[in-house]
Design a protein around this ligand. Structure first.
Ligand SMILES: Cc1cc2nc3c(=O)[nH]c(=O)nc-3n(C[C@H](O)[C@H](O)[C@H](O)COP(=O)(O)O)c2cc1C
Length: 218
């Protein structure tokens, strides 16, 4: 797959089938993931690939509780807006994301593999290049992924279930559910880059515009 196709179409793919990931495919994805850069090539990251049904079941319960907590606190106003939109029979983007997030919370234990990422405290700048490589290479293999950090609300419980060393060096940074998608791939919807980019100094607009995604037409 062309690198641009992988970049443009790697989206949060939460709804995936329970079909297992063949080991040769997993090896390709993991081998590509660890090509990510790290300061001094220190490679201070670890991954745990969870397929054990008992552990996945525990994680599903944690994840469901975390999502409920988030929706009752930080996302309470978004939830109210979704209900309001539904009354007006509107299918808003937050409602679509919410449906997909709820699906994941209900079905996490049916996802074939959950990949947990660990790094140093505050060391996400090292784990995330690896993690995003994993998402891109998974896409190239036809596998769906979604970066999640929600389980950090129950970080201690999660780390205990995963037997994380107790010396406090390793911290869970993210969890990626991975599997073959139920739906179709599409281009990630984003604001045009010129709206997030300045020239020379803050707030000074760039001279160019990108009204439509440049892939696949260029
Ligand atoms: C740092 C980070 C944390 C995220 N955490 C979660 C999460 O806990 N649960 C979830 O369902 N999605 C999570 N997401 C996925 C985002 O919601 C998703 O990337 C965003 O809505 C864009 O989706 P799209 O690529 O399908 O357009 C996270 C994404 C990032 C980058």
């Amino acid at each position: 797959m062309d690198v641009y196709e992988a970049i443009y179409t790697t989206r949060a793919m939460r709804r995936v089938k329970p079909d297992p990931i063949p080991e040769d495919v997993l090896k390709k994805v993991m081998d590509a993931a660890v090509r990510g850069p790290s300061g001094g090539n220190a490679q201070t990251f670890r991954m745990i690939c969870v397929t054990d049904p008992e552990i996945k079941s525990k994680m599903q319960k944690f994840y469901r509780a975390c999502l409920d907590e988030l929706n009752a606190t930080q996302y309470a106003s978004v939830q109210d807006q979704i209900k309001e939109d539904e009354k007006n029979s509107e299918r808003s983007t937050p409602a679509r994301i919410n449906d997909s997030a709820q699906w994941l919370a209900d079905n996490l234990h049916n996802v074939p593999m959950l990949i947990f990422f660990f790094g140093k405290l505050g060391g996400e700048s090292t784990t995330f290049p690896v993690l995003w490589n994993l998402c891109l290479s998974a896409r190239a293999e036809g596998l769906g992924t979604c970066i999640t950090t929600l389980l950090k609300l129950k970080k201690d419980e999660v780390e205990k279930v995963l037997d994380t060393p107790e010396d406090g060096f390793w911290h869970m940074h993210a969890m990626i559910p991975i599997g073959y998608p139920m739906g179709n791939w599409g281009i990630a919807q984003r604001k045009p880059a010129n709206l997030s980019t300045f020239q020379d100094r803050w707030d000074n607009p760039v001279s160019w515009e990108i009204p439509e995604p440049l892939w696949p037409s260029s």
